[in-house]
Design a protein around this ligand. Structure first.
Ligand code: TRP
Length: 334
């Protein structure tokens, strides 16, 4: 039986936070243990360039994200774990796909449309002001990531669903013109995976600057949890756990029985300070052993690099032959 190929990437523009862990890293590692799947996890560092991030931050973020996956228990020999920029076939495929992709398809991308709408709303005379070709073509690079490894399923957040659908459209077009070279991928959006809210009550995201870094030092973790926005109900007044940021985070890190017990304490009027301290202790107990491993890895970047290099060379056993086939199919031949 052929295996289901699952592939996902994280853009290297920041320090991984609790939301990345509960929403992508932890479920990814769990799924990678199934015998009938082959998993590809990578650091999307070319995608980071689109956001014109500080170069040192991109490099540091790559190390931190790689160390986070490893500290969280990823077995790099069981999966394909690599850095996008170590696979030269990805930008090569990107150009082939770019040559085939309708501009109109890219015009419909949410991220591009939002940037245009923002320019129009703020009265800029050029609707494309500040918009790079990188932002405009971002979905094509993402399509190359996915199609290069013949992924069947791509676990992503809801905001990335459209990009996976575009990859599918692009793959169908390649196959139509050049024969069945590519697999049509599908987005995997799991309604059960946790989407955490951040310090200010909006979705936890580096773009909102409201995140709790996954491996914050103990003191800082406590400080950040104490800063989570709550309402002004007094101790003793019953509180609604649903929609509460603290409760949502707890839920992503606790068993069903533990969640039920905290729910009862909310109904009995737990004080916010007490709920925060409780969440801190619970998270800290769970993250402490991983944090130790994370710190050890950050202190040994040579080791992390070696893991990534080995991952890239294993991944290239797939990408090099497919790229050869594609080159021949499109007429780039000796
Ligand atoms: N664009 C994704 C994000 O911002 C990251 C990403 C890049 C990705 N390439 C990918 C995700 C391929 C899944 C598959 O979250």
């Amino acid at each position: 039986m052929s295996k289901t190929i699952v592939l996902t990437g994280i853009t290297t523009t920041g320090t991984p936070h609790l939301g990345n862990y509960a929403g992508a890293i932890r479920p990814g590692i769990e799924a990678s243990r199934a015998a009938d799947t082959e998993s590809f996890f990578f650091l999307a560092d070319y995608h980071a360039l689109v956001k014109r991030s500080d170069p040192d931050l991109v490099a540091q973020s790559s190390l931190e994200i790689a160390a986070s996956w490893l500290a969280a228990g990823l077995d790099p020999e069981r999966v394909f774990f690599y850095r996008q920029s170590d696979i030269p076939e990805i930008p090569e495929l990107t150009w082939v796909l770019t040559s085939l992709t309708a501009k109109g398809l890219m015009n419909r991308a949410h991220a591009y449309k939002a940037a245009v709408a923002e320019n129009e709303a703020t009265g800029k005379n050029d609707p494309d002001k500040g918009i790079t070709m990188g932002l405009f073509c971002y979905p094509i690079l993402m399509a190359a990531d996915i199609l290069m490894f013949k992924a069947h399923r791509v676990p992503v957040g809801r905001d990335q669903k459209q990009h996976v659908e575009m990859a599918r459209d692009i793959a169908a077009r390649v196959n139509h013109h050049y024969g069945e070279l590519l697999v049509l991928p599908e987005a995997d959006i799991d309604d059960d995976t946790a989407v955490l809210t951040g310090l200010d009550g909006r979705k936890m995201s580096k773009s909102y600057d409201n995140v709790i870094p996954l491996f914050s030092a103990e003191k800082r973790l406590r400080k950040l949890i104490m800063r989570i926005k709550t309402n002004s109900l007094e101790p003793g007044e019953p509180k609604d756990p649903d929609g509460c940021t603290l409760f949502g985070i707890y839920k992503a890190f606790a068993s069903g029985a533990e969640v039920a017990a905290l729910r009862a304490r909310y109904e009995a009027g737990i004080a916010w300070g007490e709920a925060k301290q409780f969440l801190f202790e619970h998270l800290n107990d769970q993250l402490k052993p991983l944090r130790g491993e994370y710190e050890r890895l950050l202190a040994d970047p040579g080791y992390v690099e070696q893991v990534l290099q080995r991952g890239a060379s294993r991944a290239r056993e797939r990408s090099v032959p497919l790229m050869q086939q594609i080159r021949a199919a499109v007429g780039i031949r000796p």
